[in-house]
Design a protein around this ligand. Structure first.
Ligand SMILES: [Zn+2]
Ligand SMILES: [Zn+2]
Length: 358
């Protein structure tokens, strides 16, 4: 069987590879330049923050007051701690005083009457004084606790007010942010769209141009710009825009693909109705050699072999002549070969047998 074979000249192959490398280099340079331009142009301005939309005139005094009250609250907590120490000390003073008094009275009660004794009266008064101090310390803590509770309530109210004022800024902030997103997107669209239009024009009109590798670099660059510099900045609006743009692109792509396909089918049909000599002159030499060795008919693009491992000289679908015998040595050769591979006989149209008329 035939080895898979390429009729492209080797230097041409490397030249093609080089041209691809050139396209990629051009694309890379353009991408670098583009991102440099994008970073220098003020696309977004300062980023918007919710803070910028808060009612500062109302907020500032409330925040100041909050700070003041919260400082006071801290101070009251410290005061309560101090007062608790004082209370503990007063309690232990009273307990000690009472124990001393009771011991003293036990030793005295045996000998003297308790009533109307001036020393007993003095000691009792002293004990009462200690009890009173304890009560005063307790009262002080209660007062401090009450004041602390009041301050905590005031603080909670102030914090609520701040939250309410801040919440009011959410809507204008959201609107401004949306507008900003839209602005950024439109700006980027204004830069990217011309690139895409130029690329579309290049693809449609300049594909055969000898400067195609350069244009291809530009097209790669514009695709990169589209997917990296534009698509991520599509405003979402809950996904609407993204999906609509996606659907539009898919439809556009489908339109081009379907048109290209029907154009291809029409071209092939028109070609098939032509006489074989004309068909041959329309087919590129390199392509034809490649297709025939790969098992595809160069005329109708179908797989020509009816059975595996069976030599077929004509396409079973369109009757196109694929293989012929050398006029000199009779070796079977690709009908596009210009010389016989076995004897070197020039083939030209000598190889070609007229296809049977349809
Ligand atoms: Zn065919
Ligand atoms: Zn020959």
């Amino acid at each position: 069987m035939f080895k898979r074979m390429k009729a492209v000249r080797r230097p041409l192959f490397w030249f093609k590879m080089m041209m691809w490398a050139l396209s990629l280099v051009i694309a890379a340079l353009l991408i670098q330049l583009g991102s440099l331009i994008m970073s220098d142009v003020p696309t977004a301005g300062a980023s918007i923050q919710q803070k910028d939309f808060e009612d500062t005139a109302r907020l500032t005094p409330i925040i100041a007051q909050t700070k003041q009250i919260s400082d006071q609250l801290k101070q009251s907590k410290r005061d309560i701690e101090d007062a608790e120490f004082k209370l503990a000390s007063a309690r232990s003073d009273y307990a000690n005083g009472r124990a001393t008094f009771e011991n003293w009275i036990k030793t005295r009660s045996a000998t003297e009457s308790r009533a109307e004794n001036p020393e007993v009266i003095a000691r009792t008064k002293n004990l009462e004084q200690l009890k009173l101090s304890e009560r005063v310390a307790e009262r002080a803590i209660e007062d401090l606790n009450q004041s602390k509770t009041e301050k905590a309530r005031i603080l909670a109210d102030l914090r609520n007010q701040i939250a309410v004022i801040r919440a009011e800024s959410a809507l204008p902030y959201e609107q401004a942010r949306k507008l900003q997103t839209l602005k950024v997107f439109l700006f980027r669209l204004a830069i990217t769209l011309p690139l895409l239009l130029i690329s579309g024009w290049l693809i449609a009109k300049q594909r055969g141009s000898k400067y195609w590798p350069v244009y291809r670099g530009f097209i790669i660059f514009s695709l990169f710009a589209f997917f990296v510099e534009l698509v991520p900045y599509l405003p979402s609006y809950g996904g609407y825009v993204r999906y609509i743009v996606g659907i539009a692109l898919a439809l556009l792509f489908a339109h081009f693909a379907i048109t290209a396909m029907s154009r291809y089918v029409q071209k092939k049909q028109a070609e098939e109705s032509k006489p074989e000599t004309e068909k041959r002159s329309l087919i590129n030499y390199e392509t034809a050699v490649k297709k025939i060795t790969a098992g595809t008919c160069p005329s109708c693009d179908r797989t020509y072999g009816a059975k595996k491992d069976q030599d077929v000289d004509f396409c079973v679908h369109c009757g196109f002549c694929l293989f012929t015998k050398c006029t000199k040595c009779g070796d079977r050769e690709n009908s596009f070969y210009k010389f016989c591979g076995a004897c070197g006989e020039k083939s030209n149209d000598g190889h070609l047998r007229e296809a049977t008329p349809a």
